[in-house]
Structures are given as C-alpha cells and as structure tokens.
Design a protein around this ligand. Structure first.
Ligand SMILES: *[C@@H]1O[C@H](CO)[C@@H](O)[C@H](O)[C@H]1NC(C)=O
Ligand SMILES: *[C@@H]1O[C@H](CO)[C@@H](O)[C@H](O)[C@H]1NC(C)=O
Ligand SMILES: *[C@@H]1O[C@H](CO)[C@@H](O)[C@H](O)[C@H]1NC(C)=O
Ligand SMILES: *[C@@H]1O[C@H](CO)[C@@H](O)[C@H](O)[C@H]1NC(C)=O
Ligand SMILES: *[C@@H]1O[C@H](CO)[C@@H](O)[C@H](O)[C@H]1NC(C)=O
Ligand SMILES: *[C@@H]1O[C@H](CO)[C@@H](O)[C@H](O)[C@H]1NC(C)=O
Length: 507
C-alpha cells in the first residue's frame, strides 16, 4: 500500500520464472501513444500479468531511471505533483490518469513497473508516449483569389475521440451563415472579399483550445455587427467593426466615413468632421481591432451607408471595409379605409418603411392620451364599428421610445345629418311686409349640402325651396303656416320638426 520511497531496482525480463510457471510477465497498454488536450486529463489504459503464485507488493509508473535500473515513482516528481492518479489495482489493472496536461508532459516517456513478494520478481512494461492534440488549419489553394473555391481543413497530429464536432471561426467569431459546418472541412464555393480574414477551428467541448488562425484571401478585413439598422428618428444606434491586418502592422488611425464621399487622391472625410453629424457621432479611436460607431439623436437625414477605414504604420497599410446601412424612419399611422363612415370597421396600422425588431410593443395614442384599448393587437388598432366618438387624432409609438411618436393622423368619421333644426329670423311672428329668413341647420360630416324646405297644409306638404336658407323679402299673410326642412349629405337625410310662422297684418 505504501508509496515507494527512494530508488528501486529495475531488472530485465525473468525468462526463467515465466518459463517455469507458464504465466507470462507482461504489461499491455491499449495504445503506446496517447493523445490529450492541453489543460485536460488523459487516461493510459494498462493491464499486467505475472506468475499466479506471486503476490504484488508495489505498483508505480515512472519516467526516469535514476541510476542503473532504479526508478522514481512518478507521483513523487515535483512536476507531476497532484497531477497523476493511479487508477489501477494490485491485481491486473495498471491504468494511469495524468491531469491538467502540460506541453512539457509530451517530452517524457511513461512506463509501468511492479514488484512482487519474490525479491527477484520485478517487471517493467514498454514505454508510452504522450502527444497533445494541436489543431491546425490548412488552406487549399494556398493563394486563392476572388471567385475561387477554397477548402479549409482542420487537422490534428493525433487522433480524436469518436466523431468530434468542429467549430469554425472567422476573425474569432463562430461561423454561422453563410458557411455553417460541423465537419473538419469548410468549403467556400466562390470566395469573395466578404470571406476574407483569419480562420481557425476548434473541437466542440474544447473551444478554449482553437487552432492558430490562417489568413484566407486577405489578412485585411473588416467585419461589421450589425450590417444594417433600422432605427427611429430621435433614437441612437451603434455599429461595431472588427478589423484584421497582418500581425506585424500596428493601427495608427481608425475612422468611419460616409460611403461615396471619397475625393479622388485624398483620404475620405472622417465622419466626426462632418458638420451635420456634429456632436452626435462618437467612436473610440483606440488602436484595437474593435471600433464602435455611435450616432445619437437620429434625424431622417442620417440615413446613409457608412464604411470603416484604418491605416497602419507600414507603407501601404490602409484598408476600408464594405458598408453598413442606417435607415432612420418615422412611424406613420395608416388608416384603412381612408374614408370612414359610421358603423364601418376601421383599422389603424402603425407602419415603418424598414423592419424593426419583431418583438416591438406598440402604444397607441388618441389626442394625446395613451389608449388601453381592447382593440389593439400590436401594430394595428382595430375598431369593429366606428362611432362619432372615435373621431380624433391618433398616433403610435414603440414601448421604450415613447418620445418618438408618429405624427398624428386624424380619424374623421362620416355620418348623415342629425339634430336638424329649422329656425326663423328675425321673428316667427312677423308683420306683413317684413323680411323673414328661414335657416336649416344640422350636424353632419361632411356638412349637409342638399336642403329641401316644405310647407305643410293639412296632411299635404309641398316643397317651397331647395337651399339652406329661404328668404321672404316682404312676407304676406298667405305665407303663414308650418315649415320644416330636410338636410342631406352623401350618407343620409334628416328632417327637422316644423316651425310655425304667423304673419300679422299691419293696421
Ligand atoms: C463618446 O461617448 C462616451 C460614452 O458615451 C463618452 O464617455 C465619451 O466622452 C464620448 N467621446 C466623445 C469624443 O464625445
Ligand atoms: C471585439 O468584438 C468582438 C465581437 O465583435 C468581441 O467578441 C470581443 O470581445 C471584442 N473585444 C473587445 C476588446 O472589445
Ligand atoms: C426582444 O425580446 C427579447 C426577450 O423578450 C429581449 O431580450 C430583446 O431585447 C427584445 N429586443 C428588442 C429590440 O427589444
Ligand atoms: C376590455 O374588455 C374588458 C372585458 O372584456 C372590459 O372589462 C374593459 O373595460 C375593456 N377595456 C376597454 C378599454 O375597453
Ligand atoms: C333625425 O336625427 C335625429 C337625431 O338627431 C333622430 O332622432 C331622428 O329620428 C332623425 N329623423 C329622421 C326623419 O331621420
Ligand atoms: C344661411 O344662414 C346662416 C345663418 O344666417 C349662415 O350662417 C349661412 O351661411 C347661410 N347659408 C347660405 C348657404 O347662405
């Protein structure tokens, strides 16, 4: 049970013993070259046998012979302190685990040894070597140009566990689209500027140990996240660029500019220098790979394409990325149908000319209060049977951006005349010869345009005029009687109650 202290004597194979007893002295490893991942552990599977009348006294692994045939127990080596664990027993299992693998562990050769109760019954196995699995990427063809098919292969010097899943990275970002793959080869059918950059691979579960990266098409690249933004007027946006360049270069200047504003023979104008963005644009000038462009208080005129450019300390060290697109929009209220009549179904929609995130929550306002209506469903406000009380100015906003409401849109509900009233001026009891005017008023949308005046005599009514007002310049007693009017617009008609005109004679 006790750990071997100090040197022990190594001897070579005991042919005599094994010959006599017919039981072989033997150590068997499942592999004499085991493969591990740096920082992880590796198990060396091992079994041993010996003449059956003997008893095992000591088992251990060693890497060094001390003097002659003597060796030190590996677990006592300071370099392996706490990193080795004997998984075997004193019968026939001699497996070893080496933990927290280090690069230097690959320089050693590992051997299992055991001692029996017979002072001469000692045996050592053969040596086991340890390799660390390093991944590497090969590129074919090595010098690709635009449009070529390029194949990248993730290779390793030692074999991997069953069916590993690979992860590919471009400029340290896991590849999703347009080249997703979990195999050890990555094929780009027609390579373009968009694909340029540094590629590396890793095995899933060991993402912390990716391969070194290789440069495809060009080591000069700019990657943006996101590539386009649809933002509300008044809000703020951020674009991030990630640039790569040959390792011996150092970035000395990095800036953004508006696409298409590049005077020939000169450098493009730094966005910070653009007057119309003054005080609203900000980006770090740190000489790193990451640069965030921030534009605040967006106005519609900010809609533009922007490019990122950087310059290094070496001759010819200049590169501009593709472009990112910013669309600044205002919300708009769309009313459908455009002309609404009482009792119609009307739908108001909060629209945008580019698509905002799917989960935006809309808020509706009616002159000028937020409405918590049962009719709202996200970006639409549905009124199944519109009434005059629904008339008003509507606007919408996104939750979290309540300050950036859409312009108001008036919902005007049309209805036929109501509250039609016939009135007499200046008096319903004029003296013959007076001037008298009858006025027909009503509440209607659009205002009544068709008027008919009637005079009642008994059960009969006869039309006496067809304008809103009828006038008698000099009224006579025969014109006494009951008058009423009917007002109409394109939606309907409504009749007033009758007014009595009584003309008195002047004597
Ligand atoms: C840019 O924005 C950051 C964070 O809002 C701020 O700390 C910094 O002062 C700004 N720089 C310039 C030049 O405006
Ligand atoms: C740079 O950006 C990438 C993603 O675009 C991110 O993973 C990384 O942490 C960033 N580095 C720094 C220093 O901000
Ligand atoms: C969308 O919803 C998710 C979860 O509900 C949230 O994390 C995310 O920020 C939302 N996106 C926007 C643009 O509001
Ligand atoms: C919404 O409907 C519920 C019941 O269906 C009702 O109690 C509530 O008053 C309604 N709210 C509005 C704003 O119409
Ligand atoms: C006219 O409108 C009023 C409501 O203002 C209504 O009570 C009345 O029945 C209508 N009359 C006719 C004849 O349509
Ligand atoms: C009828 O008279 C009223 C009241 O005097 C006036 O407001 C209106 O403009 C007149 N209508 C027409 C068509 O002249």
């Amino acid at each position: 049970m006790s750990v071997t202290k100090g040197p022990v004597v190594l001897t070579t194979v005991f042919c005599i013993l094994s010959g006599v007893l017919g039981q072989e002295w033997k150590v068997t490893y499942s592999s004499t070259n085991v493969c591990g991942v740096e920082g992880s552990f590796v198990d060396i599977s091992c079994t041993y046998s010996y003449p059956s009348h003997l008893e095992i006294k000591e088992t251990f692994w060693f890497i060094k012979k001390v003097t002659g045939d003597e060796a030190d127990d590996l677990s006592l080596d300071s370099k392996y302190q706490g990193r080795v664990e004997y998984l075997g027993d004193k019968v026939n299992d001699c497996s070893l685990r080496i933990k927290n693998l280090k690069d230097s562990d690959t320089a050693e050769k590992y051997t299992f040894r055991f001692l029996t109760n017979d002072p001469k019954g000692k045996f050592s196995g053969s040596e086991v070597t340890l390799s660390l699995r390093h991944l590497a990427v090969t590129v074919s063809p090595e010098k690709a140009s635009d449009g070529n098919q390029v194949t990248l292969t993730c290779i390793t010097i030692c074999s991997l566990s069953n069916n590993p899943t690979y992860i590919w990275y471009r400029n340290s970002q896991p590849l999703t689209n347009p080249h997703p793959t979990s195999s050890n080869t990555l094929s780009i059918t027609s390579v373009s500027k968009e694909d340029a950059g540094y590629y590396s691979c890793a095995v899933r579960g060991h993402e912390g140990h990716p391969s070194l990266s290789v440069c495809v098409l060009s080591c000069w690249s700019v990657t943006y996240t996101p590539k386009s933004i649809c933002a509300l007027k008044g809000s703020s946006v951020e674009f991030q660029s990630y640039c790569t360049y040959p390792a011996d270069h150092t970035v000395t200047k990095a800036f953004w500019f508006i696409k298409g504003t590049w005077p020939s023979g000169q450098e493009p104008k730094d966005l910070i220098q653009e007057e119309r963005y003054h005080g609203r644009v900000n980006y770090s000038e740190e000489k790193t790979n990451n640069h965030t462009l921030r534009i605040t208080d967006l106005i519609t005129g900010d809609s533009n394409s922007f490019q990122f450019r950087f310059i290094t300390d070496k001759v010819g060290g200049k590169f501009s990325g593709g472009d990112v697109e910013l669309s600044v929009i205002e919300l708009q209220v769309l009313v459908d149908p455009a002309i609404v009549t009482e009792r119609n179904t009307v739908t108001l929609t909060c629209i945008t000319s580019c698509s905002l995130s799917n989960n935006a929550t809309y808020i509706w306002y009616k002159n000028p209060h937020a409405i918590g209506s049962n009719h709202t469903a996200g970006k639409t406000l549905n009124i199944p049977s519109v009434g005059i009380e629904d008339t008003g100015s509507y606007s919408c906003a996104l939750q979290g951006h309540e300050d950036h409401r859409s312009p108001e849109r008036t919902l005007s509900v049309r209805y036929g005349p109501r509250n039609t009233l016939a009135s007499v001026h200046p008096s319903a009891e004029p003296v013959a010869g007076d001037s008298v005017t009858l006025t027909c008023s009503s509440d209607a949308n659009p205002p009544a345009q068709i008027y008919t005046w009637y005079k009642k005599s008994g059960d009969q009514s006869s039309p006496v005029g067809s304008s809103q007002n009828i006038s008698f310049a000099s009224i006579s007693s025969e014109q006494s009687g009951l008058y009423y009017c009917e007002a109409g617009n394109e939606i309907g008609q409504n009749r007033s109650s009758a007014v009595q005109i009584t003309v008195t004679c002047k004597f």
